[in-house]
Write a protein that binds this ligand. Structure first.
Ligand SMILES: Cc1ncc(COP(=O)(O)O)c(C=O)c1O
Length: 287
């Protein structure tokens, strides 16, 4: 396997990613008792760092993993980026409740496992943003606290596998009443009647950092934006659709379940936001 270069830090120790060993009784492994974050590094600098750190703290607090020094962890991440001289990269961070005999309740006095790695990143969508991508829809089989960025991702994995087998880049998830929530590892936005529409922040979606940034960007670009419910049955009325996420950035969707979105081409609002996003990243890198 030809993996991109990666450098890790486990509980304060720096090492190549392939040398990291996690105890079998780690609760992250046994129960998915863990939360995580993924950041994009542009030009050696972590993008939207404060926002990611705020969400990381909120996830930890929601599952009551306590005693983690997040400022120290941030410094470890910055040191790892510098030590590996990473330019275009992603940083993955995960904190588990730690290793303990396998019992469901929280163990007393267990030290959380603090793991991170930084890995070179080549944008897989670089050439697809112009013509757009295809997605499918899948039932949302996940739990009731999707606002926590936990490593319990089996529902996401199953839906994404269905998308991959259909030759698609993502799956939009829907509830039993047809409400679209988000995608397996991205948020989504629709354009309806010229206005940008996305799912309201509740416990059934992750508060995407890119989603939040785009909402602010839309305001600056004079694009009307609102949060509201969109169902599978509304899709024929949608003129544009796109995914957003830390690695997806703004990724236009032109087909859903084999049907064209709008006229089947990347629309003007999506293009405008994509350009504004890329300009913001350029300013960040040069600033
Ligand atoms: C379920 C889910 N929704 C949305 C997103 C997008 O979030 P962000 O913009 O913070 O990357 C992700 C990112 O991994 C995700 O896993």
């Amino acid at each position: 396997m030809n993996m991109p270069r990666a450098l890790a830090n486990l509980n304060g120790q720096t090492m190549p990613l392939e040398e990291v060993r996690i105890p079998a009784l780690d609760r992250g492994f046994l129960f998915g008792d863990a939360v995580y974050e993924v950041l994009r590094i542009y030009g050696g600098k972590p993008w939207l760092l404060a926002e990611h750190w705020q969400r990381f703290a909120a996830s930890l607090e929601s599952v009551r993993i306590r005693g983690v020094d997040l400022a120290r962890l941030r410094q470890r991440m910055l040191d790892t980026i510098r030590a590996g001289r990473f330019g275009e990269a992603i940083a993955y961070l995960q904190i588990t409740r730690g290793a303990a005999p396998r019992k469901h309740p929280f163990p007393a006095d267990t030290v959380p496992t603090e793991f991170l790695y930084v890995q070179e990143f080549t944008d897989p969508y670089a050439n697809r943003r112009q013509e757009g991508v295809a997605v499918i829809t899948q039932p949302d089989l996940r739990w009731g606290r999707c606002d926590i960025k936990s490593t319990n991702l089996l529902g996401n994995v199953m839906a994404m596998q269905a998308a991959a087998e259909a030759g698609c880049v993502e799956a939009l998830l829907y509830l039993p009443d047809g409400t679209l929530t988000e995608a397996t590892h991205s948020s989504f936005f629709a354009v309806m009647d010229g206005a940008l529409l996305t799912t309201p922040l509740r416990d059934n979606i992750l508060p995407g950092i890119t989603r939040g940034f785009l909402a602010r960007l839309a305001a600056g670009a004079g694009v009307p934006f609102r949060e509201g419910r969109l169902t599978r049955h509304d899709l024929p009325k949608v003129s544009e659709l796109f995914l957003s996420g830390t690695t997806a950035e703004v990724l236009p969707i032109v087909r859903v379940d084999g049907n064209a979105v709008g006229d089947g081409k990347v629309g003007p609002v999506t293009k405008r936001l994509l350009q504004a996003y890329q300009a913001a990243v350029r300013d960040f890198v040069s600033g």
